[in-house]
Write a protein of this length. Structure first.
Length: 76
């Protein structure tokens, strides 16, 4: 899975579970950042959500589950 694929999956899930539109959740979620497997061998990605408390909580709760399913992503 690529970082772009993961971002799309996260946004789709947020829209389905919490409503709103893709643009709104894309702004809340931000970019999926990837890191080298040399320094992050167990999970090489992160997000830094922005928005109100409820939005950030929704993203962080979803991300916790997604890390278990997709711990490693590629940049392409």
């Amino acid at each position: 899975m690529t970082a772009s694929d993961l971002q799309s999956l996260l946004i789709t899930t947020l829209v389905r579970d919490h409503g709103g539109d893709r643009r709104r959740w894309r702004l809340v979620l931000g970019e999926v950042r990837t890191y080298s497997l040399d320094t992050h061998p167990h999970c090489n990605w992160s997000v830094t959500p922005a928005g109100d408390f409820a939005d950030i909580d929704a993203v962080e709760t979803l991300v916790d589950g997604m890390r278990a399913q997709h711990p490693i992503v590629t940049t392409r």
